[in-house]
Write a protein that binds this ligand. Structure first.
Ligand code: CMC
Length: 445
C-alpha cells in the first residue's frame, strides 16, 4: 500500500519512457518504481516519488549508485574502459580531432561542418581578451598565491564584469556566457601563471589556434619573438581534449548543483574549479608527480607499493584508481603516448621520473592488491610528467585541467538549465544527531 493519497501517475523525467518497474516493500509499504533505460549503460530505478509515497529516503553516500540527472553529453563504461563524448570515442577525438571541434561537439551535440567550424572558431577567438580592469583583480593577489586560488576568485569575478551575459533565462545570453568562458579561461590561466612568476601579462594572439595561443600567453615575453612549437601545441590540444568532460564527476555535479539555484554561469564554474582543486580529483596530477619524485628510483618502488597496501598508512598511489573506471582509463593510454612525444620533443627523455612511472605501473598492474581492487592508472598518472616537460610548474597542473574542463562544465550546466523538468538540487539526509532537547541556561550545562 502506498502512503495515503500519494499519486503514482507521473514518472518524472528520464531519458526514455518507463520500460519496466521494480518493486520495493518496506514496513507497511509496497511500491512499484518505474525503471528507465538510457541509450547505453545501466537502467535506472526512479525513486523520485519514494518519499512522497512511502516516507522513506534512499541512502547513498558518495552517490555510488545514484544517477543524479539524465544527460546526452558523455558516456563512460568503467568496466570496459570506454569514454564517449556525444557518442564519439575519446581516442578518435584525441587522434583525429581538435579541442575547439570537441568544444562544439560537447556544447551543441554535433561535430561542426566546415562553415560551423569557421564560425565557432571566430566566435571563440573574438572573446579571448578579458576586461582590462581584471588585471587589477589579478594583481590584488599575493604573488605566492596558488594559481587555483586565483582562478576560483577571478573566474567568479567575471560575473561582476559581464552583466550582459548573466541572465540565465535568455538562451542568447547563455550562449554568449558559454563562449566567453571557453575563450577567456586560457587568458586567465596564463595570467595567473605570469603573475606568479612576476612576468608581464601577454595578450592573446588571435592568429594562433587555441592551444598555441595558450602556450604563447604562458611562455612568450614582450621583449623577444616567440615561436610556438607545433608538436607541443598539438600535445597541449590533445591534453585539453582528454580533460574536456567526464560525466557527473564531483566538480561537474558541483557546477550543476550550484547552477540549479539559478546562480550565474561564471559563479557556477568558479564553484566547479574549487571542487576540482582537491587532491582526490583534479589535484591528483600534482600529487602523482610529487609521488614519483619522492620514490626517485626504481629500487624504492616496492617500499611505496607496500605503503599503498598498508591500511594503517594514509599513503595511496596517486594517479591510480578511479571511482568509475575498473579497467585502464582510456585517457591514460593517450596521455602515456603524449608523454613520450613531449619528452622526445623537449629533449627531456632522460627525465628520471618516466622510468619510475613505467616500472611502478608495471608492478602495480601485476600485484594482487591492485588487480583484485581493479586499480589501474588514471589520466593523472602520466600528465604531471608531460606538463612539466611542457614547461609548467606543478601548481599550474590543476589550472590546466580546469581550463580544459570548462567546456564540459558549461555544456552540462546548459543542458541542466534547458531541461524543462529542472528543479533546485536538494538532497536529504539520514539524521544521526541529538533528538530534540530544551535550551539550558549556562549554569545548568
Ligand atoms: N592506492 C592504493 N589503494 C587504493 C587506491 C590507490 N590509489 N585507490 C583505491 N584504493 C583502494 C582503497 O584503499 C580501497 O581498498 P579496500 O577495499 O581494501 O578498503 C579500494 O581500493 C577502493 O577504494 P575507494 O577509496 O573506495 O575508491 P573510490 O572510488 O572512493 O576512490 C579515488 C577513487 C580516485 C578517489 C581513489 O582511487 C584514489 O584516491 N586515487 C588516488 C587519487 C587519484 O589518482 N585521483 C585522480 C582520479 S582521476 C582524475 C579525476 O577524475 O579527477
Amino acid at each position: 500500500m502506498s502512503k495515503a493519497g500519494a499519486s503514482k501517475k507521473d514518472t518524472t523525467k528520464a531519458s526514455s519512457e518507463a520500460a519496466a518497474s521494480a518493486s520495493i516493500s518496506v514496513g507497511d509499504f509496497a511500491e512499484d518504481l518505474p525503471v528507465y533505460s538510457g541509450t547505453m549503460g545501466p537502467q535506472v530505478i526512479d525513486v523520485s516519488k519514494l518519499y512522497t509515497d512511502t516516507d522513506y529516503f534512499t541512502y547513498d553516500p558518495g552517490f555510488t549508485s545514484t544517477a543524479s540527472c539524465a544527460s546526452k553529453i558523455t558516456f563512460i563504461d568503467g568496466d570496459k574502459g570506454l569514454l564517449l563524448y556525444r557518442g564519439y570515442p575519446i581516442d578518435q577525438l584525441a587522434e583525429f580531432g581538435n579541442y575547439l571541434e570537441t568544444c562544439h561537439l560537447l556544447l551543441y551535440g554535433e561535430l561542426p561542418n566546415e562553415a560551423e567550424n569557421k564560425d565557432f572558431i571566430q566566435r571563440v577567438t573574438r572573446h579571448t581578451m578579458i576586461h582590462e580592469q581584471m588585471n587589477r583583480f589579478f594583481t590584488g593577489f599575493r604573488r605566492d598565491a596558488h594559481p587555483m586560488a586565483v582562478m576560483v576568485g577571478s573566474v567568479g569575478a567575471l560575473s561582476a564584469f559581464y552583466h550582459d551575459s548573466t541572465d540565465i533565462s535568455d538562451p542568447v545570453q547563455r550562449d554568449i556566457a558559454s563562449i566567453r568562458m571557453i575563450a577567456k579561461m586560457p587568458t586567465m590561466a596564463a595570467m595567473a601563471y605570469k603573475y606568479s612568476i612576476g612576468q608581464p601579462f601577454i595578450y592573446p594572439r588571435n592568429d594562433l589556434d587555441y592551444a598555441a595561443n595558450f602556450l604563447s600567453m604562458c611562455f612568450a615575453v614582450p621583449c623577444e619573438p616567440f615561436q610556438v612549437n607545433p608538436v607541443l601545441a598539438r600535445a597541449m590540444d590533445r591534453i585539453f581534449i582528454l580533460h574536456a568532460d567526464h560525466e557527473q564527476n564531483a566538480s561537474t555535479s558541483t557546477v550543476r548543483l550550484a547552477g540549479s539555484s539559478g546562480a550565474n554561469p561564471f559563479a557556477c564554474i568558479s564553484a566547479g574549479i574549487a571542487c576540482l582543486w582537491g587532491p582526490a580529483h583534479g589535484g591528483a596530477n600534482e600529487a602523482a608527480l610529487d609521488m614519483l619524485e619522492q620514490i626517485g628510483t626504481i629500487d624504492r618502488i616496492p617500499e611505496f607499493i607496500a605503503r599503498a597496501k598498508d591500511k594503517n598508512d594514509p599513503f595511496r598511489l596517486m594517479g591510480f584508481g578511479h571511482r568509475v573506471y575498473k579497467n585502464y582509463d582510456p585517457r591514460a593510454r593517450i596521455m602515456q603516448k603524449t608523454c613520450h612525444e613531449v619528452l622526445n620533443e623537449t629533449g627531456s627523455d632522460h627525465d628520471p621520473t618516466l622510468p619510475v612511472a613505467m616500472e611502478l605501473e608495471k608492478i602495480a598492474l601485476e600485484d594482487e592488491y591492485f588487480v583484485s581492487r581493479k586499480l589501474y592508472p588514471n589520466v593523472d598518472f602520466y600528465s604531471g610528467i608531460t606538463l612539466r616537460a611542457l614547461g609548467f610548474p606543478r601548481t599550474m597542473f590543476t589550472v590546466l585541467f580546469a581550463l580544459a574542463r570548462t567546456v564540459g562544465w558549461i555544456a552540462q550546466w546548459k543542458e541542466m538549465i534547458e531541461d524543462p523538468d529542472q528543479r533546485i538540487g536538494r538532497p536529504r539526509q539520514l539524521y544521526t544527531g541529538p533528538v530534540m532537547r530544551s535550551y539550558a541556561e549556562i549554569d545548568q550545562r
